[in-house]
Design a protein around this ligand. Structure first.
Ligand code: PMT
Length: 406
């Protein structure tokens, strides 16, 4: 037994589905047990074709759950009891079929039913042929699952049992274990809710046209990832973007500023951190036309605009005002002046300002930030957005805890 492991006493419910990689599940259970975790195993019918329940029972030290139609098994530990017992659910290996069932909420076997019935964080370690993994159907299922906060561990690339090469191999047991160990270390934002807004908003002109901006969501998504890495419970509220939400982050997709406002107001709480990184449209068409606006012979067309709610200001004035409020400022000119003005006007604790314009800020992979707070200033020099996000999250964490101790 490995002493003082972060996995000591962790109740892990392992789902084993029908992939050739299922034979590695026995080693995984043994290694988890070496770290002091309490592991129970549930297997799909396919899983039992590759490794026997007796093997899994022997290594885990518990009866293996196979079927919820079996009265004896249900008496031992029923599917609802299992769902409640688990602190984490890990499906390794997870087949394409299993991911499809989870994505679409099917409950036609024990594993899919337990996952639906449980509130425990769900992690999946996919394993399948590389073509199956890259198939649009599988990728869309994965996207749905990621949006719901399911964490993907792997797959890895390399030689496959079918003789092909590519991405789809079950992550090596060593790497999977390392991942679980890192995840179970308490991070500096452990147990703290962080709500991040990201991306642009789309403001409808008519059913086919909208007003938008060049935000790609990269900065906000990087912040969500960095906050999750720091152990926070992250909710990402995102406008329409073409990138995937980071693993383990709960993502709410919206289109317009009004929808973003409503989602944000539902998510904030007094102990949370709020980071407004979205490029929210200040104005929307006063009246979105019900039918496509037709071209006429006239040289001009006027669009009446109406002010959108200012989300950050509404959050700052809410009864549920978060413990820490961070805004962004996108400026083309006079950055320090406008950033400090927004810090005051929007009643923020911190504002992160970026110079925007051609090749800067919007849509780029890199960013640089000037951070302002009451009587203070700090620069984060040009770096990939994820690096900048990690530095900003470290800074926010320090200020959050400093505030806490006042
Ligand atoms: O998404 P990327 O391509 O990665 O680009 C990142 C970014 C440049 C969009 C990002 O770093 C950024 O600067 N986001 C804020 C953009 C913005 O709208 O700034 P602003 O100065 O117009 O607004 C100030 C603050 O008020 C922002 O926190 C904004 O989210 C908030 N706001 C604005 C309008 C509104 N109606 N409600 C708001 O809450």
């Amino acid at each position: 037994m490995i002493e003082k492991s972060a996995l000591q006493g962790k109740r892990i419910l392992l789902g084993v589905t029908g992939s050739i990689a299922a034979y590695k599940a026995a080693d995984l259970v043994r290694r988890l047990k070496d770290h002091g975790a309490d592991v129970r195993v549930m297997m799909s019918h396919g899983g039992t074709q590759f490794i026997t329940p007796l093997t899994m029972q022997t290594v885990s030290g518990h009866q293996v759950s196979l079927n919820f139609f079996d009265a004896d098994e249900e008496a031992a530990m029923g599917h609802i009891k299992l769902a409640r017992w688990a602190e984490w659910i890990l499906i390794a290996p997870a087949t394409a079929d299993c991911l499809a069932k989870l994505a679409h909420g099917l409950a036609d076997d024990l594993i899919s039913t337990v996952c639906l019935a449980s509130e425990a964080p769900l992690m999946v370690a996919p394993a399948m042929n590389n073509k199956m993994w890259s198939h649009q159907a599988t990728q869309q299922n994965c996207q749905l699952l990621r949006q719901r906060g399911v964490e993907f561990i792997g797959p890895e690339s390399g030689d496959q049992a079918c003789g092909e090469q590519g991405e789809g191999r079950l992550i090596a047991v060593d790497n999977l274990l390392k991942h679980l160990l890192t995840k179970s270390q308490p991070g500096p934002l452990n147990g703290i809710k962080v709500v991040v807004t990201a991306g642009p908003t789309h403001e409808a002109i008519d059913p086919v046209r909208f007003i938008a901006n060049r935000s790609s969501g990269k900065m906000g998504y990087a912040l969500a990832q960095a906050a999750a890495e720091a152990g926070a419970d992250v909710t990402l509220i995102s406008g329409p973007v073409a990138i995937h939400p980071p693993s383990g982050v709960h993502c709410i997709q919206v289109e317009s500023a009004q929808q973003m406002y409503e989602a944000v107001m539902q998510q904030i709480s007094p102990s949370s951190v709020f980071i407004g990184c979205a490029a929210v449209a200040d104005y929307r068409p006063a009246q979105a036309a019900q039918s496509k606006i037709k071209k006429t012979d006239k040289d001009d067309l006027s669009l009446q605009l109406q002010l959108n709610p200012d989300i950050i200001t509404a959050v700052a004035n809410a009864k549920q005002r978060p413990a820490m409020m961070v805004g962004f400022a996108a400026e083309t000119d006079n950055l320090p002046y406008y950033a400090k003005q927004k810090l005051q006007q929007k009643r923020l604790d911190v504002i992160a300002a970026n110079q925007v314009g051609e090749g800067l800020g919007f849509g780029q992979d890199n960013n640089a930030l000037e951070i302002f707070w009451q009587n203070g200033h700090k620069s984060l020099t040009n770096a990939p957005k994820l690096e900048i996000a990690r530095e900003l999250i470290t800074f926010i964490t320090e200020r959050y805890h400093a505030k806490d101790s006042i």
